[in-house]
Design a protein around this ligand. Structure first.
Ligand SMILES: Cc1cc2nc3c(=O)[nH]c(=O)nc-3n(C[C@H](O)[C@H](O)[C@H](O)COP(=O)(O)OP(=O)(O)OC[C@H]3O[C@@H](n4cnc5c(N)ncnc54)[C@H](O)[C@@H]3O)c2cc1C
Length: 479
């Protein structure tokens, strides 16, 4: 009920990304009076507006563009496909609005009060909103959930103008295919966006500080993935760092040096430096939590050294203030944020909210895809766990063969004593969809034997998962 200070809610959620909007809907389903605020003109946060959804729209469209080029192999003569980039961008925009409008609908359906404006926490239980269309609202609430997400991490000394030097946001909006795109950072977002532009005709060079791509991904999978991307035309400069990015009129001059210079103490030898002239630079070195303008200092909410909101079971150090999603610790993934949103909503409604952080899948939506869940070999070795490996290549899978998508493999890591599945790692076609089976098996504490004894439809790519599970005991059939 409205009171003299403002309006009384059970829950005010700040940020309507996958963490915030899902939290708001679940809390409303459980009978709480909820408001959800976002300073963007459309709901859905990074994910729907400038992240998962637009990137997947362009990945899908560019993949179809590539596939059409190979349709002749299947007896379909289409001629050389012609790119209409503005139409592809409209397709992407339609995908965004289709999804963001879906959230407007869900908010209405669940009676979540949706506001567009910048929110400031003025005190525990009090949120002021500067509305986008003018004016302010003062909300009082029993609880606040902060779900303000993240932003691209800047590269020191490099200014992003979103034209010549771009973040992922600019790389989703190029008005022409760059002739040569240089990507700083061989992480997931950079490689996905690099794939889009490589498929559409760009030469793509990736500079990575480490001596490997996709840090955190099982090393064997990452190596295979790198080989596949190289076959697709990617050029990798590993163990290198970008030390200068100089935008010129219509190009960018980039200086690259070894990550660890042989002349670290002395002046760097010019022989170690190389310069490249490229059309565009994508800075993609990670994301950092976003809390600017929220008023956290004045209410005393604690951050950790990396700028994340410190939480214990989603509770901050201030009573009645919670935080979820990219703004707290853990993988910066939409589904992790969503699950946290559900968990905190259920906790606030007196239920036992829970997220199993051991079973959060990760996916790289390239072609082929890369997907994993659980621990990788490096992590198991670090922890001193005794494990067995079952591996099966798509080359030996009937469906992959007939589809001509034989690059990659499934790798299952199972406890040597108990056979419990500890991790599943896939590089190959449809890996992102196939990892769900492994996640379910792991959620139920399943063993490799459980997967191996589960009947899998033939002919499907999922048979490679079953065969990898059989291979844990050296009894794969088709190898
Ligand atoms: C290019 C790209 C591709 C990605 N692809 C994937 C993918 O395929 N799969 C995946 O799982 N993840 C992907 N991600 C990551 C994913 O987008 C994030 O993990 C996810 O959006 C985090 O959700 P969140 O709810 O924590 O925050 P966000 O989605 O970042 O939402 C936070 C919202 O809070 C709002 N906000 C901030 N401060 C205030 C304030 N003071 N007042 C009001 N509103 C405020 C912001 O406007 C924003 O809309 C991708 C990210 C990028 C950039």
């Amino acid at each position: 009920m409205p009171n003299e200070v403002g309006e009384e809610f059970d829950l005010v959620v700040i940020g309507s990304g996958p963490g915030g909007y899902v939290c708001a809907i679940r809390a409303a389903q459980l009978g709480l009076r909820v408001a959800c605020i976002d300073k963007r003109p459309s709901h859905g946060g990074t994910c729907l507006n400038i992240g998962c959804i637009p990137s997947k729209a362009l990945l899908h469209a560019s993949e179809v563009f590539t596939e059409v080029s190979h349709a002749g192999d299947m007896g379909i003569q289409l001629g050389k496909p012609k790119l209409d980039l503005p139409a592809m961008m409209t397709y992407k925009e339609n995908g965004i609005t289709g999804n963001t409008q879906g959230i407007d609908f869900l908010f209405k359906k669940n009676k979540v009060e949706a506001l567009h404006g910048a929110a400031v926490i003025v005190a525990p239980g009090k949120v002021d909103v500067s509305l986008l269309d003018g004016g302010t609202r003062s909300l009082t609430t029993k609880n606040i959930v902060i779900a303000t997400g993240s932003e691209s991490t800047p590269l020191q000394g490099v200014e992003v103008d979103e034209k010549l030097v771009v973040s992922s946001t600019g790389a989703l909006e190029f008005d022409a295919v760059p002739k040569h795109l240089l990507i700083v950072g061989a992480g997931i977002i950079g490689l996905e966006l690099g794939s889009v532009w490589a498929r559409l005709g760009a030469e793509v060079t990736v500079v990575e500080y480490l001596d490997r791509i996709t840090p955190g991904v099982d090393e064997e999978v990452a190596k295979q993935f790198q080989r596949i991307l190289q076959k697709q035309g990617f050029k990798f400069l590993l163990g290198k760092k970008v030390t200068e990015v100089k935008p010129l009129k219509a190009s960018v001059k980039v200086t690259i040096e070894p990550a660890q210079s042989a002349n670290e103490s002395a002046n760097k030898s010019d022989a170690e430096k190389e310069t490249l002239s490229v059309d565009k630079v994508l800075v993609s070195i990670g994301r950092r939590p976003f809390t600017e303008g929220l008023g956290l200092e004045s209410v005393g909410v604690q951050l950790d050294a990396a700028g994340r909101i410190e939480t214990n079971g989603f509770k901050t150090n201030v009573d009645g203030i919670y935080a979820i999603g990219d703004v707290i610790t853990g993988p910066m993934l939409a589904h992790k944020a969503e699950d946290e949103g559900v968990a905190v909503a259920e906790m606030l409604a007196g239920k036992p909210g829970h997220v199993n952080y051991d079973v959060i899948p990760g996916v790289i939506y390239t072609a082929p895809e890369v997907a994993w869940v659980g621990l990788n070999e490096e992590e198991l070795n670090q922890q001193g766990v005794d494990y067995r490996i079952g591996k099966f290549p798509f080359m030996a899978n009937g469906r992959a063969k007939v589809n001509n998508t034989t690059d990659g493999f499934v790798k299952i890591l199972a406890d040597a004593k108990t056979d419990r599945i500890l991790g599943v790692h896939i590089v190959g076609p449809e890996a992102g969809n196939m990892i769900a089976e492994a996640a379910v098996a792991m959620e139920f504490g399943g063993s490799a034997e459980d997967l191996a004894r589960t009947c899998h439809a033939h002919p499907t790519l999922t048979e490679a998962v079953k065969e990898a599970a059989l291979a844990v005991e050296d009894r794969a059939i088709h190898m």
